[in-house]
Design a protein around this ligand. Sequence first.
Ligand SMILES: NC(=O)c1ccc[n+]([C@@H]2O[C@H](COP(=O)([O-])OP(=O)(O)OC[C@H]3O[C@@H](n4cnc5c(N)ncnc54)[C@H](OP(=O)(O)O)[C@@H]3O)[C@@H](O)[C@H]2O)c1
Length: 289
Amino acid sequence: MRILLIGATGYLGSVVAEHLSDTGHEVVALTRTPESPSRYAVRPGDLHDPDSLTAAVTSDIDAVINVATPTGDAAVDAAAIDALTAPLRGTDRPFLYTSGVWVLGATGEATAEESSPTNPIPIVGYRPEIERRVLATADHGVRATVLRPGIIHGRGGGIPALLVEWARKQGAPRIVADLNVRWPMVHIEDLADLFGKVVQDAPAGSIWHGVAQPAVPVRELALAAAEAAGVHGEVQLWPLDQAQGELGEPFADALALDQSVDGRKAQDQLGWRPQQPDAVTDVSKGSYR
Ligand SMILES: NC(=O)c1ccc[n+]([C@@H]2O[C@H](COP(=O)([O-])OP(=O)(O)OC[C@H]3O[C@@H](n4cnc5c(N)ncnc54)[C@H](OP(=O)(O)O)[C@@H]3O)[C@@H](O)[C@H]2O)c1
């Protein structure tokens, strides 16, 4: 397929682009900086400019994947979805929107599935509305899907890289707010593989959790991060108000979110088989050293 990818320069998008390209697809990167060197064909575009988005979805584009970060403005993001999906209406071409598990909120004792109600924390406050807007296009002949990754690890990047940085700075493992927090985790290469499966095979109107490990104790991740940083010591608790002061309230609250999220639907229905090292092994002995 010739796939228009929004966000191909990002942490996740760059690996998705690589995977799609390696598995025989042609990637066309929509970018705000078309003059920058790219190994893919590029088209200019910006989520703030709906006309640029519609213009990029030409009839030779077989599928569209949005892996960009949201703009922070609900109206802008809604207009971007409308602009990207307008040319796909009535064609059954795929549109994959990347959301995230934070839309599920704190899960408590339960393990959230794709059918669980959303309960977004402030950092992703309007994202469920965007998900609904995407999925509603399935009624208009778009093979629209939503993929919600867990916290991504791999290639030494993403949120776990922060844990390593904090450990290095503090000389000890450090976590925000609560020793009992758990994060749903996924390796970036496994997740990229799931993007390929969803865009290829998932039915219109479906939601998928990109989660290989439902609930990894952040305490274990912090200890792994300290090992990668070459430091030892007891886990330090970073009080929420202090973390909020440094990281901003929405992001600090997100890091303190306790979740258990089920990713088995993609394994059962799309044949997804996560094969990469688990998060603690990757952080302590793999790509974060
Ligand atoms: N990282 C995680 O653990 C995680 C977990 C769950 C969900 N997600 C979701 O996955 C997506 C990608 O995350 P990431 O960690 O890869 O983020 P990232 O590294 O910050 O990459 C963001 C990408 O979005 C593009 N972008 C930003 N604003 C844009 C705009 N106005 N118009 C066009 N493109 C724009 C950026 O392009 P430029 O090169 O032009 O800046 C970049 O390619 C996000 O939706 C995020 O919420 C991430």
